[in-house]
Design a binder for this molecule. Structure first.
Ligand code: ATP
Ligand code: MG
Length: 161
């Protein structure tokens, strides 16, 4: 597990840029990222900056009410999910996430704990916490591809705590 100090909003954005910069080339399957942390810890901020850096067209809106937003990317597609308001397994089924698990898709999931075992295994877990006025990010990989992604992104980002 790696911990990064994100004292300011720009640091959350910088982490997203490092992840975009080091996005694994041509993985065999979708890349899945779980974004966890309390309300207002920066999950959407991170997802938005990452998607924009990968070339998604603005604006990136929080999927708070729609639960899912889709974006074309120059290489593949971005799927941004927020399960905070998920009402059950049926609603999850209707989102059709299973069909998104293909090469070229980046699937970013806020509040994955709302769907627990019904989601695919993530390549990367990012857990955000409030720390003073800033945030701390805890990151760990869930796959070999995620492991390389995490290592290279952290090397790109710089200091670790
Ligand atoms: N490192 C940081 N330091 C200080 N403020 C930050 C940092 N990162 C993000 N923020 C701010 O925290 C707020 C986080 O809002 P955001 O919508 O991204 O949170 P969220 O985790 O997606 O919340 P929700 O669970 O409601 O979806 C924003 O106002 C953003 O500017
Ligand atoms: Mg959010």
């Amino acid at each position: 597990m790696s911990r990064l100090l994100l004292p300011e909003l720009v640091d959350t954005e910088r982490l997203a840029l490092s992840l975009a910069q080091q996005r694994p080339p041509d993985p065999k399957d979708a890349l899945v990222v779980f974004l966890q942390g309390d309300l207002g810890t920066g999950k959407t901020t991170l997802a938005r900056t990452l998607l924009l850096a990968l070339g998604a067209p603005a604006p990136i809106r929080s999927p708070t009410y729609t639960l899912v937003e889709h974006y074309p990317l120059p290489e593949g597609r971005g799927v941004h999910v927020d399960l905070y308001r998920l009402r059950g397994a049926d609603e999850l089924e209707q989102l059709g996430l299973r069909d998104e698990l293909q090469a070229g898709v980046l699937l970013l999931v806020e509040w994955p704990e709302r769907a627990a075992a019904l989601l695919p295994r993530p390549d990367l877990h990012i857990n955000l916490h409030i720390a003073g006025h800033g945030r701390v990010a805890e990151l760990h990989a869930g796959s070999a591809v995620g492991g390389v992604w995490l290592r290279t992104a952290i090397a790109d980002f710089g200091e670790q705590i």
